[in-house]
Design a binder for this molecule. Structure first.
Ligand code: PRE
Length: 376
């Protein structure tokens, strides 16, 4: 790919000529985009007429892969992907406006994941807790919901697993989204004046070394969410200038609440990723590279879990995630959550589930969905 920053070749056209060429291409581009949009309007009529779900993650993966394969640069793949995600977000507005629920307040990492996945042409609803995201999707108030399931450093998200235990039978996992989590120090005072830092305790733990080196004497104050912490830091500095209030949160929270970015990517491990599920009342179609999530409660006998795991082993099914929670029915009985590679319409998954049922008190398939290939 040509190096866009290479100085060795001088531009062949004047600046005015270059801009005129850009204007001409923009006119063609907007015409092409609207030609695409006219086809999307037809897809919308088809979908509304037949009840086919509006959001099609398997198709989005295929569209993204095609355009990335077709691109010869110099535009980076990340820019192509961001443009097409926003294009497909525009398609929702043409087909059927979508409402997406997430764990608020606005500026949370769930909000960031929802914005990256669904773009800016959908409406978002910030909800007070993870259970509310499940409830709003189950009662049809939100078309889709975004819930965190696992962080690469902190592990499984207990509230989400427990919500699946309670209402997992009414909800389908529809897509998987991974986002890189970067922490930032935000404040409306000078860096040297920071004395109090608000955030979630888990966030402080993820930035421990950086905080120890940069702000060993600062008071660390626990907040319910990092977005709430940014709101508090802003309010404190407004009420009492010079108090030195800061927060650790997302870029988005800083922009939304008008708090300046002092330092970015302050986490100790830059490879910090959170996996989210998009939940829905509809089932997702196979994409050719899918995962199936299920939960099961084993029988109360020695080796019950081993028997289940051996079913996957014999079938050659790869498990990418396993977690457990107390079943909520009887003390010391557990419900296990697994993500298996394959779609529930594939024969080997159907056969494995049939056999697993003979070893368990109950088995619930929580959904099959395209395996997320990119970290947003
Ligand atoms: O192909 C579809 O099903 C569409 O609705 C079109 C489209 C797109 O713009 O390409 C838009 C939204 C879907 O999630 C997937 C693709």
């Amino acid at each position: 790919m040509a190096d866009a920053h290479s100085e060795s070749t001088k531009p062949t056209l004047s600046l005015d000529d270059l801009r005129e060429r850009i204007d001409q291409l923009d006119s063609k581009l907007v015409e092409l985009l609207n030609d695409r949009a006219k086809l999307v309007v037809e897809v919308g009529k088809y979908k509304r007429g037949t009840g086919v779900p509006i959001y099609a993650p398997h198709r989005e993966q295929a569209v993204l892969q095609k355009v990335l394969d077709a691109s010869r640069g110099p535009l980076p793949a990340s820019a192509i992907e961001a443009i097409w995600r926003e294009l497909m977000s525009g398609s929702f507005a043409l087909e059927l406006p979508l409402r997406i629920g997430y764990l608020g307040p606005a500026g949370s990492f769930s909000h960031q994941a929802a914005s990256k996945q669904f773009g800016s042409s959908v409406s978002f609803e910030d909800l007070r807790d993870i259970r509310a995201v499940f409830n709003e999707v189950a009662r049809g108030h939100c078309n889709y919901g975004l819930v965190p399931i696992e962080n690469s450093i902190g592990g499984g998200i207990v509230e989400t697993l427990d919500a699946f235990l309670d209402v997992g039978r009414e909800i389908e996992i529809y897509a998987e989204v991974q986002i890189a989590i970067h922490h930032n120090l935000l404040a409306n005072c000078e860096p040297k004046d920071v004395k109090r830092i608000h955030s979630k305790p888990e966030v402080f733990a993820q930035c421990r070394h950086w905080l120890g080196a940069q702000y060993p004497g600062a008071e660390l104050i626990a907040a319910a969410s990092s977005a709430r912490a940014v709101q508090t830091a802003k309010a404190e500095e407004m009420l009492e200038p010079g108090r030195g209030s800061a927060a650790i949160g997302s870029h988005l929270a800083g922009q939304l609440y008008g708090v300046n970015l002092l330092f970015e990517t302050i986490e100790d491990d830059p490879n910090n990723i959170t996996r989210f599920f998009v939940i829905s009342k509809e089932a997702a179609q196979p994409s050719g590279d899918d995962k199936t999530s299920m939960m099961f409660t084993t029988q109360d006998k020695p080796g019950a879990l081993v028997e289940v795991l051996q079913v996957y082993e014999r079938a050659g099914i790869n498990l990418t995630h396993i977690d457990k929670r107390p079943s909520g029915r009887e003390n010391w009985t557990y419900t296990f959550f697994v993500d298996a590679v394959g779609h529930r319409e594939e024969k080997k998954i159907i056969d494995a589930i049939t056999e697993i049922k003979t070893h368990c008190k109950d088995v619930t398939v929580l959904g099959s969905y395209p395996r997320s290939k990119r970290i947003l």
